[in-house]
Design a binder for this molecule. Structure first.
Ligand code: AMP
Length: 471
C-alpha cells in the first residue's frame, strides 16, 4: 500500500453525505475528529495503520468506517485512489477481531484478478499485526492451488465471482459463516456481465448478513443492484457520480487517422523529462499490440503490455514492474488496467475512446493520484468525436483541444479507413436523428437503380432482337 496525502473533505462531500440519516446529524463531529484513533479500531489494526504511515483518514474512511463498524449496509460511490479499500478493510478487521473457525466470515467480490491481488496485498499490510487469515483468488489458474490456500482455515476471502463458485462447487469452500459481503468495483463487475454469477453467489450466502457495495460510478445497473441487494444503506458519495479526478489536466487532439495517432504518440513520448511514467490505453488487444510494437521501436525506456491474452505471470510482473518504477510505459486494455495502484503516473494517453464511457473516468483516474500532478491526453479520429462529446457530458466539462505539434507527420487517411469513419459517423447521426436516412443509404440505392435500369434496357433490346429474328 502506498501512502497518500490526506484528502481535504470538501463541502460538496458533506452535502452529499446528508442523505444518510445518522450521518447527517453526526457528520460534522466525525469530520472534526478525523483521526484513526477515534474509530476505536482494535489495537493490532491500529498498529498496522501506523506501520504503513497513514496519519489521517480520507473522507471515505471518515464516513464509511463508523457505518461499517455499526453493522449498517453501505453504498460507497468512490473512485479508486480515494482510500476506499482501507475504508472497508479496517472496520471489517476490527469486527473479526482474530482468526476463528475454518470458513470465511468476510467475502470480497472483485471483477479482476489484478484487483483481487491488490486488495489481498492491502489486507496483508493492514492485518499484519493480527492473526486474521486471508487469501486472494481469481480465475485463469487451476482452482486446486487456491483450494490449498483456503483449506487450512480462512477469515477473509477476496475472489472474482467465477473462482468463488469454482471453489464452492468443488466443496472446498463453505459460505455458511459469511457475515459481511463486499462488492468492490460493482460498476465494472456489472459491465463485465457478472450479474448472473452475482445472483448465484447471493443464493448461497446466509440471508442475514451485512452488505457493502463500492462503485466508481452510480450507473443504472449499479442502482438496480443496490435496490436488490442492500438494506437501507448509508449512502456515501465522495465525488459526484462520474466526475473525473479534479487534479487531472485533460487534453484532446483531433487526429485524422490511426497512423497519425501512432506518429503523435511516438512524438509525445520523445519527451522523456515530461512523459516520465505513462499508461497508454487501447480499446482492443489488437490495437494495444500495434501500439506496443511502435512504442517499443520508437520510445526510450522499459515498456510492457497488458491484456487478457497475456499469461497471468506476465501480467502480474508487468504491473509490479510498473509500480516499482522499472517500467516507463505501460500499454493496456481497459479491463487489465483495473486495480493498478501505481503512484506518480505522469500521463495517461487514451489512444482511442473507450467503448464504455465510464471507463474514461477509470482510465484518467490512474494519474494525478495522491495529490500528484497528472495529465490525460485523448486522441480522437473524426468518428470518435461524437463519443467524446458524450463523455464530456458525463464528466460535465469540456476538455481543451490542442493542435497536433509541428514535428508530427500527418498521414493522409486511406480510402478504406475513411469509408469506415464515414459509416460510423452516419450511424451516429442516425442515433441522434432517427429520421435521418444516412448518406450511405442514398448512395447505395442509386447505383442499384441505375443497374436495374441498365439491365432492363438491355433485356428489352434483347427481346426486341429475338422477336425480329422470329419474324
Ligand atoms: P484505494 O482507493 O483503496 O485504491 O487507495 C488508494 C491509495 O491510497 C492506496 O495506495 C492506499 O494505500 C492509499 N491510502 C488509503 N488510505 C490512506 C490514508 N488514510 N492516508 C494515506 N494514504 C492512504
Amino acid at each position: 500500500m502506498k501512502l497518500h496525502k490526506p484528502w481535504a473533505c470538501s463541502d460538496s462531500n458533506q452535502n452529499q453525505c446528508q442523505d444518510s440519516n445518522f450521518f447527517s446529524l453526526f457528520l460534522p463531529k466525525i469530520l472534526k475528529m478525523a483521526t484513526f484513533g477515534d474509530f476505536k479500531l482494535t489495537k493490532s489494526v491500529q498498529k498496522g495503520v501506523k506501520e504503513i504511515g497513514f496519519t489521517k483518514p480520507t473522507p471515505i474512511q471518515v464516513e464509511a468506517i463508523p457505518a461499517i463498524k455499526s453493522g449498517q449496509d453501505v453504498l460507497g460511490i468512490a473512485q479508486t485512489g480515494t482510500g476506499k479499500t482501507a475504508a472497508y478493510i479496517l472496520p471489517l478487521l476490527t469486527k473479526l477481531v482474530k482468526a476463528e473457525g475454518e470458513d470465511p466470515r468476510v467475502v470480497i467480490l472483485v471483477p479482476t484478478r489484478e484487483l483481487s491481488i491488490q486488495v489481498g496485498e492491502d489486507i496483508a499490510e493492514l492485518a499484519q499485526y493480527t492473526n486474521i487469515r486471508h487469501a486472494a483468488v481469481y480465475g485463469g489458474i487451476g482452482w486446486t492451488k487456491h483450494a490449498e490456500l483456503i483449506t487450512p482455515g480462512i477469515d477473509v476471502l477476496v475472489a472474482t465471482p467465477g473462482r468463488l463458485m469454482d471453489l464452492y462447487n468443488h466443496n472446498v469452500l463453505s459460505l455458511k459463516k459469511v457475515k459481511t459481503l463486499v462488492i468492490d468495483e460493482a460498476d465494472r463487475l456489472l459491465d463485465m456481465g457478472f450479474m448472473p454469477q452475482l445472483h448465484t453467489v447471493f443464493n448461497f450466502l446466509p440471508m442475514r448478513r451485512q452488505n457493502l457495495l463500492f462503485s466508481a460510478t452510480f450507473s443504472e445497473k449499479v442502482e438496480k443492484l443496490t435496490e436488490e441487494f442492500l438494506d437501507f444503506p448509508v449512502r456515501i458519495e465522495i465525488t459526484p457520480s462520474a466526475t473525473p479526478v479534479e487534479m487531472v489536466k485533460q487534453q484532446v487532439y483531433h487526429v485524422p487517422n490511426y497512423r497519425t495517432k501512432l506518429n503523435l504518440v511516438a512524438h509525445l513520448l520523445e519527451n522523456e523529462a515530461v512523459f516520465k511514467k505513462v499508461i497508454i490505453f487501447c480499446k482492443t488487444k489488437i490495437t494495444a499490440e500495434t501500439v506496443f510494437k511502435v512504442v517499443h521501436r520508437k520510445a526510450e525506456g522499459e515498456k510492457r503490455i497488458l491484456h487478457s491474452n497475456k499469461g497471468q505471470n506476465a501480467r502480474i510482473n508487468a504491473i509490479n514492474a510498473f509500480k516499482n518504477d522499472e517500467v516507463r510505459i505501460l500499454i493496456s486494455t481497459d479491463v487489465s488496467a483495473r486495480g493498478i495502484d501505481a503512484s506518480k503516473v505522469s500521463h495517461v494517453i487514451n489512444f482511442d475512446v473507450p467503448v464504455n464511457y465510464d471507463d474514461y473516468i477509470h482510465r484518467i483516474g490512474r494519474t494525478a493520484r495522491a495529490g500528484n500532478h497528472g495529465e490525460a491526453i485523448t486522441l480522437l479520429d473524426p468518428s470518435e468525436e461524437w463519443h467524446f462529446q458524450k463523455i464530456e457530458k458525463l464528466i460535465r466539462m469540456s476538455v481543451p483541444v490542442y493542435e497536433i505539434p509541428a514535428g508530427v507527420t500527418v498521414v493522409e487517411t486511406e480510402k478504406a479507413d475513411r469509408q469506415l469513419q464515414l459509416r460510423e459517423i452516419d450511424r451516429q447521426r442516425k442515433i441522434d436523428d432517427p429520421t435521418y436516412k444516412g448518406a450511405f443509404h442514398d448512395k447505395k440505392r442509386k447505383p442499384a437503380k441505375d443497374k436495374r435500369d441498365f439491365t432492363d434496357k438491355f433485356a428489352r433490346k434483347k427481346t426486341r432482337k429475338k422477336r425480329k429474328k422470329r419474324r
